[in-house]
Design a protein around this ligand. Structure first.
Ligand SMILES: Cc1cc2nc3c(=O)[nH]c(=O)nc-3n(C[C@H](O)[C@H](O)[C@H](O)COP(=O)(O)OP(=O)(O)OC[C@H]3O[C@@H](n4cnc5c(N)ncnc54)[C@H](O)[C@@H]3O)c2cc1C
Length: 456
């Protein structure tokens, strides 16, 4: 009998782990959803600039390609002593090695009314719902209030998408409530300053050092005691660990699961934990590229564990961030430098296309067709950023409505070693010089994968 590997969760980490295992193992990947959803670009559903089909892939198909089994089920318990997982319909699956990649779970942070009156942005269905509700409010006339709770990555990217579509709609009053004293609080201060400069031009009300005490139908009570009227409340104020981790004894209640550098659980050495769920001694950011890298290591180490070989340590990826704010602006952030500019939104689109193509390797006709559909969706007239359209010749071009509809050059906001503007400019050119060929290479990779139909 082949050794049995169960992978719990089919997101970035779980799918990466599955790709590392082959027919020597009997692999079952379990997820509650039939489709993998590309979470980093969910916010583009809010402005309806991406179509839901562009962001999802069938898990069954991805997993079957490696000869593995996909089981659509909700896992309700892990029993590490008996090496079994139990699903909500009472079925039990035995394993010899388990990879836990359950990501993060929705959290209301204990605020009453969030489940009933707040819309999260954690799935394609959520993004579609927010996009449709915004459209109804905008089309309905009158004066309407839209509230985003949380000024972290999701809140900021969601706000950018709302402004992409509705910044000139006078009937929508948009506000953000953030408990800390700036946006993207974990990032360099210059990012908050640059964002606020853009947001000020778009007439958004920002509430800092303020949190939500309760949500009711049509209104929000703030911790400071005042009430705000709201017609749509988008709740981006946080995700937390899946309760399954603590229930299985893999983590303390409300905590992420601690792991060794081999990604083995600190509680059970036949359980590997990857992606957002895992907490290394030196934590890495909860980002898709880190989750993918951990998933790959967890898959390889599961195979080594079953073969009785020594496990290898995980080497985290270098931390870097690419954040978009609609097409209005974007930020590249790493340890040394912060660059701002709308052109970075194109780099982000390229990363998305490359990421989806890597997951759905277009070797077969079906996968090539899906890639072409995604590229066609991205090149739709309505999806193209106006700075591109403003440069297009008649009759394709569109006149700019404001400065955000015009192309602009990226600029360096911060460089660790910058002694002068000239040095900063040189460092920026060098970084863009590095990013350009890397992005080009990935883009060319996508086109090559399409085969001779596109590239001669
Ligand atoms: C709105 C949003 C925007 C983001 N933007 C970015 C970004 O711009 N850049 C970036 O790098 N990262 C971004 N992230 C973070 C990134 O998506 C995560 O770091 C990444 O998805 C983590 O991968 P994972 O495999 O650990 O978990 P996930 O991708 O969350 O996958 C976990 C899977 O486990 C399944 N699951 C969980 N519990 C159970 C259960 N009990 N039974 C069955 N199935 C279960 C879930 O259905 C899910 O499919 C964003 C996340 C969100 C929500």
């Amino acid at each position: 009998m082949k050794p049995r590997v169960v992978i719990l969760g089919g997101g970035f980490a779980g799918l990466a782990a599955a790709r590392e295992l082959d027919s020597r193992h009997d692999v079952t990947l379990i997820d509650r959803g039939a489709h993998f959803e590309y979470l980093p670009n969910l916010h583009e559903l809010v402005s309806r600039s991406k179509k839901p089909r562009s962001l999802r892939l069938s898990r069954e198909r991805l997993v079957a390609r490696r000869g593995h089994t996909f089981l659509r089920a909700e896992v309700v318990a892990i029993d590490p002593e008996r090496r079994r997982v139990r699903t909500s319909d009472g079925a039990e699956l035995a394993y010899d090695a388990l990879v836990v990649a359950t990501g993060s779970a929705f959290s209301s942070r204990g605020v009453p009314g969030v489940a009933e009156h707040g819309l999260p942005l954690r799935s394609i269905a959520d993004g579609v719902e927010i996009g449709a509700r915004l459209k109804r409010l905008a089309d309905g006339g009158g004066s309407r209030a839209v509230t985003i709770v949380g000024g972290g990555f999701t809140g900021v990217e969601c706000l950018g998408e709302i402004l992409r579509r509705y910044r000139q709609h006078r009937g929508l009053a948009i506000r953000v409530i953030e408990p800390r004293h700036r946006l993207l609080a974990g990032q360099p201060r210059v990012v908050d300053q640059a964002l606020r400069a853009v947001i000020e031009e778009c007439d958004v009300e920002l509430f800092f050092d303020e949190s939500v005490a309760r949500l009711e139908r049509g209104r929000i009570e703030l911790a400071s005691g005042s009430w705000l009227r709201t017609d749509l409340t988008i709740w981006t104020a946080g995700g937390g660990p899946s309760p399954l981790l603590a229930k299985a004894g893999l983590a303390a209640a409300g905590e992420w699961a601690p792991v060794f550098r081999t990604l083995q659980s600190r509680a059970y050495d036949d359980i590997l934990i990857a992606g957002d769920s895992a907490e290394l001694r030196r934590p890495v950011s909860k980002q898709s590229y880190q989750a993918t890298a951990m998933g790959r290591r967890a898959g390889k180490n599961a195979a080594r564990l079953l073969a009785g070989e020594k496990l290898k340590k995980h080497e985290p990826e270098e931390e870097q961030l690419l954040i978009t704010f609609g097409y209005l602006t974007g930020f590249y952030i790493d340890d040394d430098m912060v660059i701002e500019g709308a052109a970075l939104c194109l780099a982000r689109e390229l990363l998305f296309q490359a990421g989806m193509a890597e997951l759905d390797r277009p070797r077969r006709a079906g996968a090539r067709r899906r890639l072409l559909t995604r590229l066609r969706d991205a090149a739709r007239f309505g999806a193209l950023p106006p700075p591109l359209l403003s440069m297009a010749p008649y009759p394709f071009g569109r006149p700019p409505r404001d400065r955000f509809d015009l192309p602009s050059l990226p600029r360096v906001l911060k460089w660790r070693g910058a002694g002068s503007d000239l040095e900063a400019a040189e460092a920026s050119a060098e970084t863009l010089g590095r990013l350009g060929p890397a992005a080009g290479e990935r883009g060319a990779g996508v086109l090559r994968l399409l085969g001779p139909r596109l590239v001669t």
